[in-house]
Each structure stands twice: as C-alpha cells, then as structure tokens.
Design a protein around this ligand. Sequence first.
Ligand code: ZN
Length: 357
Amino acid sequence: MPCGCATEMRSVRRQGSPHRTVHAIMPAAGAPAHIRARTMPLPQLADYGDGIIAVDTGYCRPGLAAIHLLLENGRVAVVDTGTAHSVDGLMAVLAQQHIDPDHVDYVILTHVHLDHAGGAGELMRRLPQARTVVHPRGVRHLADPSKLLEGVKAVYGADETSRRFGPVVPIPAERIMPAEDRMRLDLGGRELLLLDTPGHARHHLCIHDARSNAFFTGDTFGLSYREFDTARGEFIFPTTTPVQFDPDAMHRSIDRLMQMDPGHMFLTHYGRVGNLDRLAGDLHDCIDAFTAIARQASGTGAHRHRLIREGLQHMLLERLAGHGCHLGLERKLELLDMDIELNAQGLGIWLDSHPLR
Ligand SMILES: [Zn+2]
C-alpha cells in the first residue's frame, strides 16, 4: 500500500473517471493496425477534468512516466509521448476516447530525453495531421536522433538503451515546429503558452494551459510519485539527470512558472500536483542540498559517485520521514533508486564542468 492518503487520486475519483485498467481480447495476428490499437489492453488513465487526461506510459513501472492529453472542441494535443513501447497503448486510448488520429494537432515535447520523446517519431507516423512542437535546441535531435542515442547509450549501454526505449524513429523536418519562448498555440480555441525553462535540460519547455491555469512541466518542476503522498500532501524532489543540469537556471525556471500563479502542475513523473508554494520551496531547498552534497563529495570517479549517491539517499530518506511517509525502507529505495543513480550521475557531470576555483 502507498503511504498515507493519495490526495490527487481521490480528487480524480470524485470527478467520476477513476484510474482503470481494461483488459481486452487481443486480435488475431495480422489484424489491421487500427483494429490492433482498439483491442490492445488500455494503459492506466487519470481523467482530471478540464479536458486533461494522463496516460501511463508503463515506462519501467506503473506511475513513473505519463503522457498527457489535452482535449478541446474535438481537437487534441499530446504532451510527451513516452517511448516507442508506449505508442500502441496511446493509440488504444485515442480509440477508446473516440478521437480520430487526424484530429491530433500537436505532439508537444517538453524536452527530448527519451523517456519523454523517444516514441515521438513512431507516434507521428500514426498521427498524419500532427506537428511536433519542441524547443529550438531539440529540433535537430528529432530530425536525426543519432547523436541523442549516442549520449543515451553512454548512460545505459547499447543493449539496455534498445530494450528500454525501443526504436527511435526520425521525424521529417517539415513536421517539426520549433517553439520560441512565449510562443502561443491555438488548440480548438484553447490557448497554450510555451515557456523556455532550462535547468534540467537546455532544450526544455513548459506549457501553460489557460483553461485550467496549469502547467505541463516535464522535468522542470521535479518528480513527485503518488506512492509518496501522505496526509501532508505530495513529496517532491528535483531531477538532475545527465548532462545539462544547471542549478541556477533550474531555480529561475521554477520561479518563472510560479510567477504565473498556476493552480496545478502536471508532471511527467507523475501527474497532477497542487500545494505549489510548498512544493516550489521544497524544490529550491533540494536543489541547494543536492549541489552541496555533490560539492562535499571527495575524490573522483566511482568513489565520488558512490559518495554522492549515499548523500542523496540519506537526504531523501530523511525528508520522506519528515513528510510522514511510512512505506518500508525497501519500498522507498525501490521507488527512489533509479532517480538517485541518475541524479548522482548528473551532479558528477555538473561538478566536473563547474570546479570551485
Ligand atoms: Zn529529462
């Protein structure tokens, strides 16, 4: 059982569209693609109202990575795509929601890390009218993913990269729309404002949705897993994964989002959070604590990496205890381990490029 009460999940259920998994009968081999999409098992969904639905990508574990759908007057935007492994499930959700793939206008990528954008090329093949909207720095990586894949293989190794992310298909350049800072999109009369929000990555944007006064934050507003919700609300911490973590830019981007006084944030990892003043404060504190842990780690290479890992683990467990999380230690570490490893790697890279003088 998750610790405490899952505030966000309760509010979703009140709106009458609970999370659910529907198991359908698989079609015969060789069935046309649209039949396969309609009959494959549906991913877990959360319907938040305001035409916003979160779809679980199934990446690594349930509740880790979401695709968000925005629906307005029959037009649709997809925010982040998950990996190629998520595409069939997303198409099944569109079919279940009676959405014609031709009515998807935008596939907006918060940034081009593969857990967010790896499936974009394959998805674009199935959405013939859509344009991919991405930070200008991300455009060339979508048109030619080879360099991006090289970087990912350096983190995960070649075999794990292809197992984890599946094929990464290029997107024709003419279907990619670079999003300059403050660009506005019209989704069936609904205004979406795109903001340049570096810190986690230099190719990161966040999307403000005027109708719900919420942001889709990708990784800029950190990670918040529903398993860590308690009576105090949500638990949050930043993501400093390789290779472009920039603490000063991350502080500024969080402040920039908060200046618009949003009611909620929708995080790719995972779903809707409120209590934003407290969460923004927690993120600022954690960014400073993470960089202090990195600065204090002595030595180099594997030794230093181990010290950073241990420092992050100790700090996050302490904060979870203060948050009133009563999950067992093993479960907490199971939920945190991948982020601790990636955050430690990203902090190491940041340290090497920002030595103290
Ligand atoms: Zn990322």
